[in-house]
Design a protein around this ligand. Structure first.
Ligand code: F6R
Length: 614
């Protein structure tokens, strides 16, 4: 949520900031802006509503010669997306410029106090209040920028990642963080800052992740110095980035989402690499191995997540209960954190998050930690806050996911959950050895079956052409396919803006059936498995009411072809691995419908990739 980039060194700051903002645009794209300090100590300050490309147009051919600057791409929280509310914001005396990701919760109180001291505000944002506060503290206490930021942050409640510059000092950046991520890149003789590593990776692999409550003083004269808010000195730990630059490019695809959908055979393979060998009867998740007995002796497992990751959590519940016979509850992190849940010390909480930065998931983790539970994580972004806040965990290794709609992260999450359930089942002996081995072989074959499932692309495109103008859609599935129905509906609504609902197929007759008429496309997962016959009955119920049925079926199922208006065939697999395969056509259908409707699939309206505000 909101992208932050900053630079100080000898290079052209404007080029680095614009390139960085383009890489970060998936985090927010309501407006964008930059502030740089010119060689004669003036701010070069440009900002406007819309995308980074609008900002570039706005700057036009003006020569922007600066070696220090800050840039921001916004996802609006306080105040609408317009030129004035875009970051960076300047202090009242126009000496300081600041960019911010997060929410200052007490901004209203601070604003009233500062207004009574003569400050005037031009925007509706909480961020502008913060830069005025720093200006006020700097003046009142007669201190330098670092100290002013440190003292000002003592008065602030909420979440922030900020970078501040002072136009009288073009060799210094001050950055601070609480509950919103910030990474510092260490160049040869320059420094970079990003809200994630994507704008940095092109220049350096050496990074320092700022921790909550830390302030960084970055100076071309004295280097990087970090202190806590209480002034305690922190020794920075430099880590090496693993991201490849190509992973941040579209690689010939029209959209990141399409590229990421087609990457799935590889990402699932990467996710399983070294963790499974059916030949040897081996399955293990190194990061969680030491916690196996803790999980098996736990009272229950609570899975917490949001959005698509929550859907993966539901598949996880089915897998863990089915294979390892562990009681599992799946909770929306945003509900869990506020509903005073009962958490025992012998609970194991498993947080699932692609970004590893989702504010609600983080808050839920902190709550469960306070109550003494063991916290495990499944994250995609290496080094993310959630991966550092948990006691142990496993990465999904899907590589950077840039398209805002989650695709490859979902299938990788389900793959990790499958490995986890199989590892625990093996340890606990809840699955007979021969069956366990069959399941291991089947899971190993899934990347090839995903390649097969991707061949439905042309069929998905044809079907999308027919239904692209629908106003509503229903997605149905039973058992393991119920979360797939939820995920299919979420994908469609978030990128094509067609209203869609996911339902357990049998629940349809308890209400949603009233919606069905000849205008209503109903997407049904009806693959071969224990609930096949039941789903057939549900399809008949839809047909009887003239609904249009689009079926995801097992390859070679002639019977269902007769019944459905359209069918999309995917390879046969064990029911428990079907979510990985059945979700592929749903991803493709929503992609094509969104493109045909002229929607921006990679950056759908009102959304952002990492939801770092609650
Ligand atoms: C949907 C989507 C979101 C995320 C949700 C959680 O396509 O991407 O629903 O799944 O915001 O994000 P993470 O997994 O980063 O915690």
């Amino acid at each position: 949520m909101c992208g932050i980039v900053a630079y100080v060194g000898e290079k052209n700051a404007y080029e680095i900031l614009i390139k960085g903002l383009k890489r970060l645009e998936y985090r927010g794209y309501d407006s964008a802006g930059v502030a740089m300090i010119s060689n004669n100590h003036e701010f070069l300050h440009y900002k406007c509503k819309g995308k980074v490309s609008n900002l570039e147009e706005h700057v036009g051919q003006q020569s922007v010669d600066a070696h220090i600057g800050i840039g921001h791409t916004r996802w609006a929280t306080h105040g609408p997306a317009n030129d004035v509310n875009a970051h960076p914001h300047l202090s009242g005396n126009e000496e300081l410029a600041l960019i911010h990701n997060g929410i200052i919760e007490n901004y209203d109180v601070l604003k009233k106090e500062l207004t009574s001291r003569g400050h005037n505000f031009v925007s509706d944002t909480d961020t502008e209040v913060l830069v005025h506060l720093i200006e006020e503290v700097k003046k009142q206490e007669d201190v330098g920028l670092f100290e002013a930021v440190r003292l000002a942050l003592h008065q602030v409640t909420g979440a922030y990642a900020i970078v501040v510059i002072d136009k009288s000092n073009p060799r210094e950046l001050i950055a601070a963080k609480k509950s919103s991520p910030l990474v510092i890149g260490m160049g040869e003789d320059d420094f970079f800052i990003g809200s994630d590593a994507t704008p940095i990776v092109e220049y350096t692999n050496n990074v320092v992740y700022l921790e909550d409550g830390e302030i960084a003083h970055i100076s071309l004269d004295t280097g990087l110095k970090i202190r806590k808010l209480d002034n305690k000195v922190i020794t920075p730990t430099i880590q090496e980035l693993q991201i490849q630059l190509e992973a941040l490019e579209k690689g010939g695809y029209e959209h990141f989402m399409l590229k990421e959908i087609f990457e799935q055979p590889k990402t699932i393979k990467d996710c399983m690499r070294g963790r499974i060998s059916a030949q040897k009867g081996h399955v293990s998740l190194g990061g969680i191995l030491d916690y196996q007995d803790k999980i098996l002796n736990a009272r229950r497992m609570i899975i917490i997540a949001c959005g698509t990751s929550w859907h993966a959590g539901l598949v996880g519940e089915y897998l863990l209960e089915d294979l390892a016979r562990i009681p599992v509850e799946v909770e929306y992190a945003s509900e869990f954190r506020y509903r005073n849940p009962v958490i025992y010390e012998d609970d194991v909480v498993l947080a699932i998050s692609q970004s590893g930065e989702t504010a609600d998931t983080l808050a839920a983790i902190k709550l469960a930690k306070e109550k003494g539970a063991t916290i495990l994580g499944i994250c995609n972004v290496v080094g993310s806050t959630i991966s550092r806040e948990t006691h142990a965990g496993s990465y999904t290794h899907a590589g950077p996911e840039i398209g805002v709609a989650s695709t490859k992260a979902f299938t990788a999450q389900v793959t990790v959950l499958s490995l986890l359930a199989l590892m625990l089942a093996k340890r606990k002996g809840t699955v007979e050895k021969s069956r366990l081995n069959r399941l291991l072989f089947e899971l190993e074959s899934i990347p090839d079956k995903v390649t097969e499932a991707l061949k439905t692309d042309a069929a998905c495109e044809l079907i999308s052409e027919i239904y692209k103008n629908s106003s509503n859609a229903l997605y149905l599935g039973r058992g393991y396919s119920f979360p797939v129905a939820l995920e299919g509906a979420l994908k469609l609504k978030e990128i094509s803006y067609i209203h869609a609902e996911g339902y357990p197929a049998a629940e349809m007759k308890h209400g949603p059936i009233a919606l069905i008429d000849e205008e209503m496309p109903v997407f049904v997962v009806a693959t071969k498995g224990p609930s096949y016959e039941k789903v057939i009955s549900n399809i008949q119920e839809v047909k009887a009411r003239k609904g249009k049925v689009i079926v995801i079926s097992t390859k070679g199922d002639e019977y269902i072809k007769e019944m459905a208006d359209h069918y999309i065939e995917i390879p046969e697999t064990e029911e428990m691995f079907m979510p990985i395969l059945a979700t592929i056509p749903f991803q493709l259908l929503s992609y094509h419908m969104a493109v045909m409707r002229g929607c921006n699939v990679d950056q759908p309206r009102n959304l952002a990739k990492a939801v770092t505000v609650e």
